[in-house]
Design a protein around this ligand. Structure first.
Ligand SMILES: [Zn+2]
Length: 381
């Protein structure tokens, strides 16, 4: 008899609510991750301090390590410190960098990794990918996904509004990535995993259609769940394909070309998704682009290169460079295979269209890369 199911590794715990971090020790014990709380806790320079003090009393057997920077070196350093000390798991407490470093170190040591996310900037909180800087720039490393994901909404509310808001762009970019994947299926025969698509698209549509803002617990929960679902989609697909297409290629190119000026990952991929959607010429794709851009604007995210802090020429250079950042990944960029002049025209048309459509929304170019933190989108810390 054939096996009519497939096994998918998922976190044993996903806990998204106010006050979740206070129950960290109980959660580790209840789920048999670490009955005695013998864990290594990695914190960032900022996520340490008060947060560390709040969990320390309940994790008396734990040791705390401070992680500096999101580099392979930092991850190897952490692995070296933790090695041979008989921990049950490594707990990463922080935003993107700490979680990426902790995931990589845990993978090196074969230990389970618990993600305690302190902001919602990107889908690394539950993904099987660790993004780290190395000598050659920035690399994506495949690692086991976290065995538990904890998001304390009270803690997220303490994070900078801009970083939490960036997560909206990250989840929305799934729509662009899925379109790229399905295009590749139709044109190159690349297999598409329908379950991965279901998870990634549901995440993005839940965020896109939610009427709330970052001040609402309900919206924060949907955003956090969207990031977790995105991570699961990548686990199911066995790659970043459901969440990374032309949108991410453009963002990677910005990182490579302008390492000192690159913005938040979620801001870049959101803008990349909005731009990529204009390269299609069918009505469905156009409405997808409108859905993405409307949502970005509603939450105060940049929808023009200038709003991200780049000239049209600079953004054009990133679009031209984008396909090289992900050899072998077929997206609308590879399909259109635009020459420099065509990219110049496409970027100009995109920028004009965004300026015309959203000229009165307060996300015009003049607001600069971060934009003002509007009252509605600033968490009420
Ligand atoms: Zn991403």
């Amino acid at each position: 008899m054939p096996l009519l199911a497939r096994m998918i590794t998922t976190p044993v715990v996903v806990d998204i609510r106010r006050g979740a971090i206070a129950d960290l020790a109980d959660l580790l014990a209840d789920q048999r991750i670490s009955a005695g709380g013998r864990v290594a806790v990695a914190v960032g320079p900022r996520s340490g301090g008060q947060l560390t003090e709040s969990v320390r009393p309940t994790l008396r057997e734990a040791d705390f390590y401070t992680v500096e920077g999101g580099t392979v070196d930092a991850a190897l350093r952490l692995a070296g410190q933790v090695r041979g000390r008989s921990y049950d798991a490594i707990v990463g407490v922080g935003g993107g960098k700490v979680l990426d470093v902790t995931k990589f170190a845990a993978a090196r040591l074969g230990l389970p990794m618990v993600a305690v996310a302190t902001n919602l900037a990107h889908d690394g909180i539950g993904s099987p990918v660790s993004i780290l800087d190395n000598d050659a720039g920035r690399g994506s490393y495949g690692v086991p996904a976290p065995i538990a994901v904890i998001v304390d909404l009270d803690v997220v509310r303490q994070a900078p509004a801009r970083s939490v808001r960036a997560g909206i762009g990250e989840v929305l970019s799934n729509l662009s990535a899925i379109a790229d994947w399905e295009l590749s299926r139709d044109l190159t025969g690349e297999p598409v995993d329908g379950l991965a698509v279901t998870l990634a698209r549901t995440a993005a549509e839940a965020v896109a259609h939610h009427p709330g803002t970052l001040v609402d617990d309900d919206f924060l929960r949907v955003l956090a769940e969207g990031l977790v679902l995105s991570g699961l989609a990548m686990v199911v697909a066995g790659s970043t394909r459901p969440c990374s297409g032309a949108c991410h290629e453009i963002s990677h190119a910005i990182d490579l070309l302008y390492p000192e000026r690159a913005g938040a990952h979620g801001e870049q991929v959101g803008l990349g998704a909005a731009f990529a959607s204009t390269l299609w010429d069918d009505p469905e794709s156009r409405s997808r682009g409108t859905l993405i851009a409307n949502c970005l604007v509603r939450h105060g995210l940049p929808v023009t290169p200038a709003a991200l802090g780049f000239s049209l020429e600079e953004f054009t250079a990133a679009v031209v460079r984008a396909p090289e950042t992900r050899p072998g990944r077929f997206t609308i960029l590879e399909h259109r295979d635009l020459d420099k002049d065509a990219v110049v025209a496409a970027v100009r048309a995109f920028s004009d269209r965004m300026n015309a459509a959203y000229a009165t929304t307060g996300t015009k170019d003049s607001n600069g890369p971060a934009g003002p933190q509007t009252e509605e989108s600033t968490p009420d810390t």
